[in-house]
Design a protein around this ligand. Structure first.
Ligand SMILES: [Mg+2]
Length: 243
Protein backbone atom coordinates (compact mmCIF):
# COMPACT_ATOMS: atom_id res chain seq x y z
CA UNK A 1 0.00 0.00 0.00
CA UNK A 2 1.35 3.43 -0.90
CA UNK A 3 -1.48 5.82 0.06
CA UNK A 4 -3.99 6.52 2.84
CA UNK A 5 -7.43 8.04 2.20
CA UNK A 6 -8.91 9.32 5.45
CA UNK A 7 -12.49 10.22 6.16
CA UNK A 8 -12.58 13.33 8.38
CA UNK A 9 -15.49 13.41 10.84
CA UNK A 10 -15.14 10.49 13.22
CA UNK A 11 -11.80 9.30 11.82
CA UNK A 12 -9.42 12.25 12.20
CA UNK A 13 -11.60 14.66 14.20
CA UNK A 14 -14.16 14.13 16.94
CA UNK A 15 -16.78 15.96 14.89
CA UNK A 16 -19.04 12.98 14.10
CA UNK A 17 -20.63 13.59 17.48
CA UNK A 18 -21.23 17.27 16.67
CA UNK A 19 -22.84 16.28 13.35
CA UNK A 20 -25.04 13.79 15.15
CA UNK A 21 -26.27 16.37 17.67
CA UNK A 22 -26.91 18.92 14.90
CA UNK A 23 -28.93 16.36 12.90
CA UNK A 24 -30.98 15.39 15.97
CA UNK A 25 -31.79 19.02 16.76
CA UNK A 26 -32.78 19.75 13.15
CA UNK A 27 -34.81 16.59 12.53
CA UNK A 28 -36.60 16.70 15.91
CA UNK A 29 -37.85 20.23 15.26
CA UNK A 30 -39.16 19.09 11.87
CA UNK A 31 -40.67 15.82 13.21
CA UNK A 32 -42.44 17.68 16.00
CA UNK A 33 -44.06 20.09 13.55
CA UNK A 34 -44.90 17.14 11.27
CA UNK A 35 -46.52 15.24 14.18
CA UNK A 36 -48.60 18.27 15.14
CA UNK A 37 -49.71 18.77 11.54
CA UNK A 38 -50.63 15.12 10.88
CA UNK A 39 -51.77 14.02 14.34
CA UNK A 40 -49.25 11.13 14.21
CA UNK A 41 -47.17 10.44 17.34
CA UNK A 42 -43.81 12.25 17.61
CA UNK A 43 -40.91 9.82 17.36
CA UNK A 44 -37.57 11.63 17.74
CA UNK A 45 -34.46 11.04 15.61
CA UNK A 46 -32.43 8.21 17.13
CA UNK A 47 -28.74 9.18 17.35
CA UNK A 48 -27.86 5.46 17.19
CA UNK A 49 -29.46 3.53 14.30
CA UNK A 50 -31.02 6.53 12.49
CA UNK A 51 -27.68 8.35 12.36
CA UNK A 52 -25.60 5.30 11.42
CA UNK A 53 -27.96 3.94 8.76
CA UNK A 54 -29.30 7.01 7.02
CA UNK A 55 -27.10 10.01 7.63
CA UNK A 56 -23.49 9.35 8.65
CA UNK A 57 -20.95 9.84 5.86
CA UNK A 58 -23.48 10.81 3.21
CA UNK A 59 -23.87 14.13 1.46
CA UNK A 60 -26.26 16.37 3.41
CA UNK A 61 -29.23 16.19 1.02
CA UNK A 62 -28.88 12.40 0.69
CA UNK A 63 -28.98 12.12 4.50
CA UNK A 64 -32.16 14.21 4.75
CA UNK A 65 -33.88 12.32 1.95
CA UNK A 66 -33.01 8.82 3.21
CA UNK A 67 -33.88 9.53 6.85
CA UNK A 68 -37.23 11.16 6.00
CA UNK A 69 -38.04 8.28 3.63
CA UNK A 70 -37.51 5.89 6.56
CA UNK A 71 -40.32 7.79 8.31
CA UNK A 72 -42.52 7.81 5.23
CA UNK A 73 -42.02 11.53 4.60
CA UNK A 74 -41.29 12.85 1.11
CA UNK A 75 -40.42 16.54 0.65
CA UNK A 76 -39.66 18.49 -2.51
CA UNK A 77 -35.91 18.57 -3.25
CA UNK A 78 -35.59 22.34 -3.55
CA UNK A 79 -32.23 23.78 -4.63
CA UNK A 80 -28.79 23.58 -2.96
CA UNK A 81 -28.97 27.29 -2.06
CA UNK A 82 -32.43 27.06 -0.46
CA UNK A 83 -32.66 29.17 2.72
CA UNK A 84 -32.49 27.20 6.00
CA UNK A 85 -36.19 27.94 6.64
CA UNK A 86 -37.32 26.19 3.44
CA UNK A 87 -39.37 23.04 4.01
CA UNK A 88 -37.41 21.12 1.35
CA UNK A 89 -34.73 18.43 1.40
CA UNK A 90 -32.05 21.04 0.73
CA UNK A 91 -33.58 23.57 3.14
CA UNK A 92 -33.50 21.08 6.01
CA UNK A 93 -29.92 20.13 5.09
CA UNK A 94 -28.91 23.79 5.15
CA UNK A 95 -30.67 24.24 8.51
CA UNK A 96 -28.58 21.40 9.93
CA UNK A 97 -25.45 23.15 8.65
CA UNK A 98 -26.37 26.37 10.45
CA UNK A 99 -26.73 24.39 13.70
CA UNK A 100 -23.46 22.55 13.04
CA UNK A 101 -21.45 25.72 12.38
CA UNK A 102 -22.83 27.29 15.58
CA UNK A 103 -21.70 24.26 17.58
CA UNK A 104 -18.27 24.15 15.94
CA UNK A 105 -17.80 27.83 16.77
CA UNK A 106 -18.71 27.37 20.44
CA UNK A 107 -17.16 23.93 21.04
CA UNK A 108 -14.18 24.02 18.65
CA UNK A 109 -12.70 20.99 16.88
CA UNK A 110 -11.00 18.16 18.73
CA UNK A 111 -8.79 15.60 17.02
CA UNK A 112 -8.31 11.94 17.89
CA UNK A 113 -4.73 11.91 19.23
CA UNK A 114 -4.18 8.35 17.94
CA UNK A 115 -5.13 9.49 14.43
CA UNK A 116 -2.64 12.36 14.52
CA UNK A 117 0.07 9.95 15.67
CA UNK A 118 -0.88 7.68 12.77
CA UNK A 119 -0.88 10.53 10.23
CA UNK A 120 2.63 11.51 11.33
CA UNK A 121 3.84 7.90 11.17
CA UNK A 122 2.33 7.56 7.68
CA UNK A 123 4.09 10.73 6.56
CA UNK A 124 7.40 9.50 8.03
CA UNK A 125 6.94 6.18 6.22
CA UNK A 126 6.50 8.01 2.90
CA UNK A 127 2.82 7.11 2.44
CA UNK A 128 0.70 9.59 0.47
CA UNK A 129 -2.20 11.12 2.45
CA UNK A 130 -5.57 12.61 1.44
CA UNK A 131 -8.76 13.51 3.29
CA UNK A 132 -12.02 12.42 1.63
CA UNK A 133 -15.14 13.79 3.31
CA UNK A 134 -18.76 14.44 2.38
CA UNK A 135 -18.59 17.60 4.49
CA UNK A 136 -18.81 21.01 2.86
CA UNK A 137 -16.96 22.37 5.91
CA UNK A 138 -14.00 20.02 5.50
CA UNK A 139 -11.40 22.71 4.74
CA UNK A 140 -12.29 24.78 7.82
CA UNK A 141 -12.42 21.75 10.13
CA UNK A 142 -9.05 20.48 8.87
CA UNK A 143 -7.54 23.93 9.41
CA UNK A 144 -9.10 24.38 12.86
CA UNK A 145 -7.74 20.96 13.86
CA UNK A 146 -4.25 21.90 12.66
CA UNK A 147 -4.10 18.94 10.27
CA UNK A 148 -3.38 20.87 7.03
CA UNK A 149 0.38 20.18 7.02
CA UNK A 150 -0.21 16.42 7.29
CA UNK A 151 -2.62 16.10 4.35
CA UNK A 152 -1.63 16.43 0.68
CA UNK A 153 -5.02 16.45 -1.01
CA UNK A 154 -8.66 17.08 -0.14
CA UNK A 155 -11.90 15.83 -1.70
CA UNK A 156 -14.88 17.30 0.16
CA UNK A 157 -18.53 18.11 -0.37
CA UNK A 158 -17.73 21.23 -2.39
CA UNK A 159 -15.25 19.46 -4.66
CA UNK A 160 -17.76 16.63 -5.14
CA UNK A 161 -20.51 19.02 -6.20
CA UNK A 162 -18.17 20.91 -8.55
CA UNK A 163 -16.93 17.75 -10.26
CA UNK A 164 -20.26 15.87 -10.24
CA UNK A 165 -19.01 13.08 -7.95
CA UNK A 166 -21.62 10.91 -6.25
CA UNK A 167 -21.40 10.73 -2.46
CA UNK A 168 -20.63 7.71 -0.27
CA UNK A 169 -21.68 4.84 -0.41
CA UNK A 170 -20.61 5.40 -4.04
CA UNK A 171 -16.82 5.22 -4.36
CA UNK A 172 -16.45 8.36 -6.53
CA UNK A 173 -14.92 10.67 -3.90
CA UNK A 174 -12.37 8.10 -2.70
CA UNK A 175 -11.43 7.34 -6.32
CA UNK A 176 -10.90 11.07 -6.86
CA UNK A 177 -8.66 11.15 -3.76
CA UNK A 178 -6.50 8.34 -5.17
CA UNK A 179 -6.38 10.11 -8.54
CA UNK A 180 -5.24 13.39 -6.94
CA UNK A 181 -2.45 11.51 -5.17
CA UNK A 182 -1.54 9.72 -8.39
CA UNK A 183 -1.97 6.22 -6.97
CA UNK A 184 -3.84 3.14 -8.13
CA UNK A 185 -6.90 2.50 -5.91
CA UNK A 186 -5.65 -1.06 -5.40
CA UNK A 187 -2.60 0.49 -3.66
CA UNK A 188 -4.65 2.77 -1.39
CA UNK A 189 -6.18 2.18 2.04
CA UNK A 190 -9.53 3.70 3.02
CA UNK A 191 -10.09 4.71 6.67
CA UNK A 192 -13.78 5.14 7.55
CA UNK A 193 -16.08 5.23 10.57
CA UNK A 194 -19.38 5.31 8.63
CA UNK A 195 -21.24 2.31 7.22
CA UNK A 196 -21.74 4.21 3.94
CA UNK A 197 -18.00 4.99 3.95
CA UNK A 198 -16.68 1.45 4.31
CA UNK A 199 -19.22 0.41 1.64
CA UNK A 200 -17.69 3.07 -0.65
CA UNK A 201 -14.21 1.69 0.05
CA UNK A 202 -15.36 -1.82 -0.83
CA UNK A 203 -17.19 -0.66 -3.97
CA UNK A 204 -14.12 1.22 -5.25
CA UNK A 205 -11.81 -1.79 -5.29
CA UNK A 206 -9.38 -0.24 -2.83
CA UNK A 207 -6.50 -2.31 -1.52
CA UNK A 208 -7.67 -2.31 2.06
CA UNK A 209 -10.57 -0.86 4.05
CA UNK A 210 -10.06 0.02 7.72
CA UNK A 211 -13.27 0.45 9.70
CA UNK A 212 -12.86 2.81 12.63
CA UNK A 213 -15.34 1.93 15.33
CA UNK A 214 -16.24 4.87 17.56
CA UNK A 215 -19.74 3.78 18.56
CA UNK A 216 -19.66 -0.02 19.00
CA UNK A 217 -20.73 -1.09 15.50
CA UNK A 218 -17.74 -3.31 14.61
CA UNK A 219 -19.86 -6.11 13.18
CA UNK A 220 -21.83 -3.79 10.92
CA UNK A 221 -18.61 -2.15 9.67
CA UNK A 222 -17.29 -5.60 8.75
CA UNK A 223 -20.63 -6.51 7.12
CA UNK A 224 -20.51 -3.31 5.01
CA UNK A 225 -17.02 -4.08 3.67
CA UNK A 226 -14.28 -3.32 6.23
CA UNK A 227 -11.27 -5.69 6.09
CA UNK A 228 -10.39 -4.90 9.67
CA UNK A 229 -11.96 -2.83 12.46
CA UNK A 230 -9.97 -0.80 15.00
CA UNK A 231 -11.02 1.60 17.73
CA UNK A 232 -7.85 3.73 17.49
CA UNK A 233 -5.63 4.25 14.45
CA UNK A 234 -2.57 4.25 16.69
CA UNK A 235 -3.18 0.54 17.17
CA UNK A 236 -2.19 0.00 13.52
CA UNK A 237 1.36 1.32 13.95
CA UNK A 238 3.90 -1.49 13.97
CA UNK A 239 6.17 -0.52 16.80
CA UNK A 240 8.54 -3.40 16.05
CA UNK A 241 9.59 -1.92 12.71
CA UNK A 242 12.63 0.32 13.07
CA UNK A 243 12.10 3.85 11.70
MG1 LIG B 1 -17.13 9.87 9.26
Amino acid sequence: MTACLFDLDGVLTQTARVHNVAWAQTFDAFLLRHAEATGEPFRPFDPGPDYNRYVDGRPRADGVRSFLASRGVVLPEGAPDDPPEAETVNGIGNRKNVVLLERLRTDGVEVYPGSVTYLKAAADAGLRRAVVSASANCRQVVAAAGLEPLLEARVDGLVARERGLRGKPHPDTFLEGARLLGVDPARAVVFEDALAGVAAGRAGGFGYVVGVDRVGQAEELLAHGADVVVTDLAGLIDRETPA
